[in-house]
Design a protein around this ligand. Structure first.
Ligand SMILES: C[S@@+](CC[C@H](N)C(=O)[O-])C[C@H]1O[C@@H](n2cnc3c(N)ncnc32)[C@H](O)[C@@H]1O
Length: 286
């Protein structure tokens, strides 16, 4: 079992911290830098000049990566905030890492409980760093290893109520899990949902995971993730998403195209990377 915090979660915090030096910003996250454990990252993200150098390098090393990874949490914030105006009572973030959704959307979510589920090693680090920010009253931590534990059981024990209006957020995680763990997670989400419960999640293209993609940049990033100890294990073809979700009782509402995301959030920036896709769906039923 992993004993240390997730380096990819720290990478996501770095993306949001760097975005603070962009103008205009895709996402405004003044809390992200608190979760940079690596002192070198902290130093790089601190000043305008150093962060601009990193962003220039990233644009060359991972074209569209900064854009996609900044748009993803922004889209989640927007989707959840709209639901919050319509009586949303619970947000459950699976594999929350160092995401600061609960802080960014604090004002919109005063009537909504936010459950953050993550691996115990990463969550412990998050709890420690969160002291600097102060914990939002509506935030609940639930420590789970998706490969070993029944997260539904832990979530219910933490006070989750399947009968209340809920948004499940599951981004930046599915591709690190085995096919079995992904299916088990969706099955559990299905049993925890009532008709109309929303789920936003993302998936890696199957061709990248199985190595048949012609996108060399994507294959290279996959090797890099494996070197960091978090290999990409699972993916899906866009054509199969609707039927795959239907097998768990979810109806696909929208599978976001990179061009659409750019148009909405960053028209003057490069096209967001296209080998991870964000999909929004809802629990079917009467
Ligand atoms: C790339 S990070 C994404 C974090 C966050 N969702 C974001 O977008 O900033 C992946 C997250 O998945 C979590 N994760 C990966 N495998 C896991 C497992 N087996 N059990 C629980 N969490 C896991 C990691 O701890 C990490 O926080």
């Amino acid at each position: 079992m992993r004993q240390d915090y997730s380096r990819t979660a720290e990478g996501m915090a770095m993306v949001r911290a760097l975005e603070q030096h962009q103008s205009p910003r895709i996402i405004d996250d003044p809390f992200a830098a608190t979760f940079l454990l690596n002192p070198y990252y902290r130093w790089l993200a601190r000043s305008y000049c150093s962060s601009r150098s990193v962003l220039r390098f990233l644009r060359y090393w991972a074209p569209g990566g900064q854009e996609f990874l900044a748009i993803r949490p922004r889209l989640v914030d927007d989707l959840v905030t709209v639901e919050a105006t319509q009586g949303l009572k619970q947000v459950v973030i699976l594999g929350a890492g160092f995401d600061t959704h609960a802080w960014r959307c604090r004002v919109a979510l005063t009537q909504t409980i936010v459950f953050e589920i993550d691996h115990p090693a990463t969550q412990q680090t998050k709890r420690e760093r969160s002291r600097q920010l102060g914990l939002p009253d509506n935030l609940r931590f639930v420590a789970v290893d998706f490969e070993q534990d029944d997260f539904a059981e832990r979530l219910l024990a933490a006070g989750f109520d399947p009968e209340l209006p809920t948004y499940f957020v599951w981004v930046g995680v599915s591709y690190y899990l085995t096919a079995q763990a992904v299916a088990d997670t969706l099955q559990r989400l299905s049993t925890l949902s009532r008709a109309g419960t929303k789920l936003v999640w993302d998936y890696m293209l199957a061709e990248v995971v199985n190595g048949t993609s012609s996108n060399r940049e994507a294959l290279d990033k996959g090797r890099r993730a494996a070197q960091l100890g978090e290999p990409w294990l699972w993916g899906l073809a866009p054509a199969d998403v609707s039927s795959y979700l239907a097998g768990f009782g979810f109806k696909l509402i929208h599978d976001y195209e990179p061009a659409e995301l750019r148009e909405r959030y960053a028209p003057a920036r490069p096209l967001p990377m296209s080998y991870v896709r964000i999909a929004m769906c809802e629990r079917a039923g009467s």
